[in-house]
Design a protein around this ligand. Structure first.
Ligand code: MN
Length: 249
């Protein structure tokens, strides 16, 4: 089995290394990853600049673009054979609920799904990223069960979040739905040293809500959360209602 591994934290991230090591027990691993931090770049594609690729080592190729660029280049040009599976992560930070709409990690898996390749996005909800190598065995055990399935759902990716506990304290695995998150105080308005106003998005505190089977509840209870995501955003429940609006020209 050929496995493409990518991420949005850049090719030097510990989470990427742990994921590549875990996948290495299951197949032939090729890493194609951004050369720098690309978190929260979502599904963006570089259209107006040339992209450069260099080899970091025999297994790792580095792209000066986004996670989506990496998947497009890897599948279209860089790998001699099409990968059987794409793994993205392990992201340094949660990708729960509404996070998936901003995440470069999840977008890379989405791009693979669009290309018809089964894909899993993985994220760590804790903060002690230097401990990521300790997760390798748990990741191998989980991925082995996913990669062998011949009924992996089409047009669907799996969004996996690891709980913020040491790997030996994981409670189990839960299949979940996306929760909701709102940030409070994450927009800063201030002045730079030259007296010019600036704005900064980020930080603050988050508030969660959602169904009892929500992803954030599962990781809070020490479970690995696995959420199936599909890419069709159509709100089918509303097709008839909006149809009755009688929009016309
Ligand atoms: Mn990231």
């Amino acid at each position: 089995m050929r496995i493409l591994v990518t991420n949005d934290d850049g090719y030097l991230a510990g989470g990427l290394r742990a994921l590549a090591d875990a996948a290495g027990a299951l197949g032939e691993v090729h890493v194609v990853a951004p050369d720098r931090e690309q978190s929260a770049t979502s599904h963006s594609l570089t259209l107006h600049y040339p992209l450069r690729v260099r080899k970091a080592d025999a297994q790792v190729q580095v792209v000066d673009g986004t996670p989506t660029d990496c998947v497009v280049l890897a599948v279209g040009e860089l790998l001699t054979d099409r990968p059987d599976f794409v793994l993205s992560g392990v992201n340094h930070g949660a990708n729960l609920g509404d996070d998936v709409l901003y995440s470069g990690t999840v977008a890379a898996a989405m791009e693979a799904t669009i290309l018809g390749i089964p894909a899993v996005a993985l994220s760590y909800t804790g903060r002690d990223f230097e401990m990521m190598p300790g997760w390798t065995d748990v990741l191998t055990r989980l991925l082995r069960q996913l990669l062998v399935r011949d009924d992996f759902p089409a047009e669907t990716l799996l969004n996996v979040n690891l709980p913020p506990v040491p790997p030996e304290e994981v409670t189990g695995v839960k299949i979940t739905s996306l929760g909701r998150r709102a940030y409070v105080g994450s927009l800063t308005r201030a002045e730079d040293p030259n007296g010019r106003e600036y704005f900064w998005i980020g930080g603050g505190e988050s508030r969660w809500w959602g169904n009892p089977d929500s992803d954030f509840r599962a990781v809070h209870e020490g479970y690995i959360s696995v959420t199936p995501l599909h890419l069709d955003l159509t709100n089918y429940r509303l097709l008839e209602d909006i149809g009755r609006w009688g929009l016309e020209l």
